[in-house]
Design a protein around this ligand. Sequence first.
Ligand SMILES: [Zn+2]
Length: 75
Amino acid sequence: MKLTKCEKCGGPTAEGLPLCPDCMRATGAAVDQIAAAEELRDIARVLSITADTDANIREAIVGILNIAERLERGK
Ligand SMILES: [Zn+2]
């Protein structure tokens, strides 16, 4: 997953989503769709860092993602 630019405002959005969460909100998208878009964008942000950082940082990020996933499941 990568970050791309929003078609409307040029802000960051996840690959595959033409509009960023803010523009989705402006078009009247459902709250849960916006929340999902925000989550995807944030994941894409993290993954875009890992693309060219060293192994230690990548390992740390994988750890953080795993913790986040467990927290998410415990909800
Ligand atoms: Zn936008």
